[in-house]
Ligand binder design. Structure first.
Ligand SMILES: [Zn+2]
Length: 334
């Protein structure tokens, strides 16, 4: 009996120490700060406000749509140890601030979901219901939306990709791939009610988004690549000026992978500008006491953003491409 008690105590202590160490490592960020950029001309109608991970709000003043709209950003302890729900107050506070900064009415035409992991899909059905927006994504994302009771008429499942018309914006969903990480793969095969564990949100399909707007000519002007994955040849024949390049998990992959990813997304599209996205630790909030919080890179345990940045900078110099790291709440004017 005594031996059993001692064994149980040792086991409990070991588990507690391991969890403590994990939480500590997941809160250890590499040093990094974004250098100030010169102000841009702000008289352009088409603009994009970045919100960490691959979340962004696009508008032309008439029609506003989101990529993902993941604003709950629960702290790491909650992600590891509890079931997640939409943090409604936090999510609405972020979106109010988005509308205020973009000086637009509080309305959304659509939300496109990059893939079904919780850091992309969790808040999208809630936002779609709050603002009457249409949701676009995969069958796996539809399961998440059903778990939150989104009416079927508000969701368009695009298993083969397709085009979403959002006001004058035309947004093409192109099938792509997730960065090869330990979390890649799997499908949600039944409705996922909340609260749910982070790992219950399976990837489903991963998309890239190609953006066009008549104010910028008939051809697409931007490519959004939320996850650092690619299908060889997925951008064949596509030319864009700007790429929003996801880097989540990229720092742990080999140099050849990074070179191939750059080739597919930037060289083959002949892009002139690259903005890095999904580089941040999404267990940190976007606002604290109503004020914007600067993003921190992913913890070293999961990624090595300084390494990704060093290599991507080298490629950008070689190919004469302007490379920038986007911070939350930055607005890019087109
Ligand atoms: Zn993912």
């Amino acid at each position: 009996m005594r031996l059993l008690r001692i064994s149980l105590t040792v086991l409990t202590c070991t588990v507690l120490i391991a969890v403590g160490a994990l939480v500590f490592l997941l809160q250890t960020h590499p040093d990094f700060s974004i250098t100030e950029r010169p102000a841009q001309p702000t008289d352009k109608a088409v603009r994009m406000l970045f919100l960490g991970t691959s979340s962004m709000a696009w508008t032309d003043g008439q029609s506003t749509w989101l990529v993902d709209g993941f604003f709950s950003r629960q702290p790491v302890g909650e992600v590891l140890l509890s079931r997640l729900k939409v943090e409604e107050g936090r999510v609405l506070e972020v979106l109010d601030e988005v509308f205020r900064r973009l000086e637009i009415p509080a309305a959304l035409s659509g939300i496109v979901v990059a893939h079904s992991h919780y850091d992309h899909s969790l808040d999208a059905p809630f936002l779609a219901m709050q603002f009457g927006a249409r949701l676009y994504g995969s069958q796996s994302t539809w399961q998440i939306a059903q778990g939150q009771n989104l009416p079927a008429m508000q969701m368009e499942v695009m298993q083969q990709g397709g085009v979403a018309s959002l006001g004058q914006f035309e947004l093409k969903l192109v099938l792509s791939a997730h960065a090869p990480t330990g979390f890649t793969g799997g499908f949600n095969t039944q409705p996922l009610p909340l609260p749910a564990r982070a790992l219950s949100f399976k990837e489903g399909l991963s998309y890239s988004f190609v953006v066009s707007h008549p104010a910028l000519g008939p051809a697409p002007f931007a490519l959004i690549q939320p996850s650092a994955g690619f299908l060889p040849g997925q951008n064949k024949g596509l030319t864009v000026n700007t790429v929003f390049l996801g880097t989540g998990g990229l720092g742990k992959l080999d140099e050849q992978y990074m070179a191939d990813y750059w080739q597919e997304m930037v060289v083959s599209t002949r892009a002139k500008k690259v903005y890095l996205i999904h580089w941040d630790d999404f267990t940190q909030p976007l606002l604290a006491q109503g004020k914007p919080v600067a993003l921190k890179p992913m913890p070293r345990l999961l990624d090595d953003f300084p390494r990704s940045l060093e290599l991507l900078k080298m490629f950008s110099k070689r190919d004469e491409v302007d490379l920038q790291v986007l911070n939350a709440w930055e607005i890019i004017y087109f």
